[in-house]
Every structure is written in structure tokens, then in C-alpha cells.
Design a protein around this ligand. Structure first.
Ligand code: FAD
Length: 269
């Protein structure tokens, strides 16, 4: 590890200012990805801006504003906190179950929603929920729609000095997440988030299978028309030591079929 300085931020404004004070400063949330990257010298920032003391990033709240079922989750909320939140479990059970299935107890105790979304690992679970539920990503300077946020492998719409502050999720009519986890890490070999939004729209968001999370539009329209499920065909399927591309594409179909078990498809409109 190359030596670095840790600066504890006590507000989002302070974090943004410190981040902007050096070109190679980096934010530190749960450290689940960043600390191993430092250890392997894949990243060598001179300053780490620790977000853990910023109270406003740690809240989970139901935000009334005339939209029942709208929840705002702070970027610093840990996976275990999402999994265990009683109110959130009532209105967003699929989101809480997704959080409960991330990694292992240590990862869930430290890893954060904001860290997961900033990192945007192509096999991460939260991106599927964020895209599948049409969530809004709030930062220190703007609100970004899920459709505009994910830009491919480990790439997002965030600017270098931008801090995610929260994510807003509107409750769907129904939602379910099914993944085939990698046996060593829990990361998705294929994960499918299926949702019927409050508007009646059906969403199929897929992670773990391609260069980044994506909506499986052919499956969405087949389901809407009552047609048989299509085969997943894409140019950017992941192929690595864990699985060939065709296997991952097949798994996506299997996960969608599992998600559909008991899903109330007939409730459009
Ligand atoms: C063994 C292991 C198993 C895992 N299994 C899974 C799994 O099954 N599913 C899954 O989805 N994930 C999994 N993860 C990932 C984990 O859940 C974390 O979400 C992820 O490591 C990043 O979150 P973090 O809070 O630790 O962020 P950090 O490691 O602290 O930061 C990651 C990146 O995000 C940036 N960042 C952090 N917070 C913000 C913010 N608020 N605004 C802007 N940028 C920010 C940092 O600068 C850094 O670049 C696993 C990780 C490990 C180590």
C-alpha cells in the first residue's frame, strides 16, 4: 500500500471540498472494494475522504411528498441496514431481500449503497434494482435517472468530484430479484430484477451477464404480449474464467423464469 492521508468529512459539503482539493483524492465508504484496490496498488490516492461520519448519508426514510411508497436511502446506508429495516421491508421487500443476499455478513456490515453504485461492478446486485425500479440517484449537485446513470463496466455518469448522497426508490406494484450467485463471493453470475412499476410498466433489469446492467427489452415486450420468452442475444456478454458468454445468457433466462414464478403478470394497466 502506498502511504496516504485520511480526512474525515463531517458534511457532504466538506467531502466535496476535500475531494476537489487534490486530483487523486478518493472517497472512502465501506472500503470493501477500495481497500483491496489500495492493497494491490491498483489505486494509490494521496487523500482518502472518509464518509462514515456524515450522519445525513446514513438515513433510511419514507418521504411523503404526495407519493406513497417513495423511500430515500442515504448513500452511506449499509447493506445489512437495508436488509433489516422493518418499514422498508413492508414496502420494498424485493430490495431488502436483494441487500440480504449481497456477499457475506462482513461485506453486508460494511458495504454501502453509494459505494456499490459508484463502483458499478458489472456483477453487482443494486444496479439491477436501481434500473428495474426506475430509481433516482441524488448527488451533491443533481438528480440522475437510473436510465442515464449506468455507462458500462465500472463506469457511471458521476463526475470526478461528485458525491452520491442518496437514492430514491418508488414502491412498485410487485417486484422480485433472482440471482445465481458466484459460490465464492456472492456476486451475480446472472441476476434478474423483475418489477411491475406503479405506472403499470413491466421492467426486466439484468446484471452479471454483460459489460454492465441493462434492461432486457425483448423479454419485457414478450411478457407484455404474452409471447414465449426470447433467448438473450447481446454483443457485450461477459466471458471469463468463471463462465462462458453462452452460459451466462442461458442463466439470465433461467433467473427470469424463476422470477416469474408466482409473479402477478396479469396486473397491467
Ligand atoms: C468478498 C466480497 C463479496 C462481495 N459480494 C457482493 C455481492 O454478492 N453483490 C454485490 O452487489 N456486491 C458485492 N460486493 C461489493 C460490496 O457489496 C460493496 O458494495 C462494494 O465493495 C462497494 O461498497 P463500499 O461501500 O465498500 O465502497 P468503497 O469500497 O469504500 O468505495 C468503492 C468506490 O465507490 C466510491 N464511493 C464510495 N461512496 C461514494 C459516494 N457516496 N459517492 C461517490 N463515490 C463513492 C469510492 O471512492 C470508490 O471508488 C462484495 C465485495 C466483497 C469484498
Amino acid at each position: 500500500m502506498v502511504p496516504f492521508e485520511v480526512r474525515r468529512a463531517h458534511s457532504v459539503e466538506e467531502a466535496v471540498a476535500t475531494l476537489g482539493s487534490a486530483r487523486d483524492a478518493r472517497l472512502l465508504a465501506g472500503g470493501m472494494t477500495l481497500i483491496p484496490a489500495l492493497k494491490h496498488r491498483l489505486s494509490s490516492p494521496s487523500i482518502l475522504v472518509d464518509l462514515a461520519r456524515i450522519a445525513s448519508l446514513r438515513s433510511i426514510e419514507s418521504t411523503a411528498r404526495g407519493r406513497p411508497g417513495l423511500w430515500r436511502l442515504g448513500a452511506g446506508v449499509r447493506h445489512a441496514e437495508v436488509a433489516a429495516h422493518p418499514g422498508l421491508n413492508r414496502e420494498h421487500p424485493a430490495l431488502c431481500a436483494l441487500a440480504a443476499g449481497i456477499g457475506d455478513p462482513q461485506v453486508r456490515a460494511r458495504g454501502t449503497l453509494g459505494g456499490a453504485l459508484a463502483n458499478n461492478d458489472p456483477a453487482a446486485d443494486y444496479p439491477a434494482a436501481v434500473l428495474g425500479l426506475d430509481a433516482q440517484i441524488l448527488t451533491d449537485r443533481r438528480s440522475i435517472a437510473a436510465a442515464d446513470y449506468f455507462r458500462g463496466m465500472f463506469t457511471t455518469a458521476l463526475e470526478d468530484d461528485e458525491v452520491i448522497t442518496a437514492v430514491e426508490f418508488a414502491a412498485p406494484r410487485s417486484a422480485v430479484y433472482r440471482k445465481f450467485p458466484h459460490p465464492a463471493t456472492g456476486y451475480a453470475m446472472a441476476g434478474v430484477f423483475l418489477a411491475r412499476l406503479a405506472s403499470g410498466d413491466l421492467r426486466v433489469a439484468v446484471t452479471g451477464v454483460a459489460q454492465g446492467v441493462f434492461r432486457w427489452h425483448d423479454a419485457e415486450s414478450a411478457l407484455a404480449k404474452g409471447h414465449p420468452l426470447p433467448r438473450l442475444v447481446r454483443e457485450d456478454l461477459l466471458e471469463d474464467m468463471h463462465a462462458p458468454a453462452g452460459y451466462r445468457a442461458h442463466l439470465a433466462g433461467v433467473m427470469l423464469a424463476r422470477a416469474l414464478e408466482g409473479f402477478p403478470l396479469g396486473e397491467a394497466g
